[in-house]
Design a protein around this ligand. Structure first.
Ligand SMILES: C[S@@+](CC[C@H](N)C(=O)[O-])C[C@H]1O[C@@H](n2cnc3c(N)ncnc32)[C@H](O)[C@@H]1O
Length: 118
């Protein structure tokens, strides 16, 4: 019998493609409001300069990178990590610009605007 752990539940039930539907920014998805809120706050938090260093480790990144964008200027290296294979594969697909990778362009553009195109 399969062991019932939170990790197993995520591995089986967390669908990166379905989750990413919320991040199709500007398409009227229910995620627009969340992204507006989160990106503004990440921008403000990292622009303060209080959070900076060599390495930022994001635990439980899921298949997303929006949460890391405003941190890019503050850290030399950013490590995205996740428990599930499918989430890590989704991130790798984006990193390698493979066909079918999620298009973060609208989100990146918005973050650039928020940061005054710095
Ligand atoms: C709700 S998603 C959040 C994704 C992303 N950070 C975001 O802000 O949209 C939570 C993620 O945490 C991961 N996770 C849960 N427990 C974990 C653990 N112990 N170690 C690493 N990742 C974990 C899950 O696989 C899932 O992708």
């Amino acid at each position: 019998m399969a062991e019932y752990t939170r990790g197993n539940v995520y591995q089986a039930a967390f669908d990166p493609k379905a989750y990413l539907e919320y991040f199709k920014f500007g398409e009227g998805s229910v995620g627009d409001e969340y992204l507006n809120f989160a990106l503004k706050h990440y921008c403000k938090a990292f622009a303060s300069g209080d959070m900076k260093g060599d390495t930022l480790i994001d635990i439980g990144s899921g298949p997303t990178i929006y949460q890391l964008l405003s941190a890019c200027e503050n850290f030399k290296e950013i490590v995205a990590s996740d428990y599930t294979d499918r989430n890590r594969q989704e991130l790798e697909k984006w990193l390698k610009k493979e066909p079918g990778a999620f298009d973060w362009t609208p989100v990146v553009k918005y973050v650039c605007e928020l940061e005054g195109d710095r």
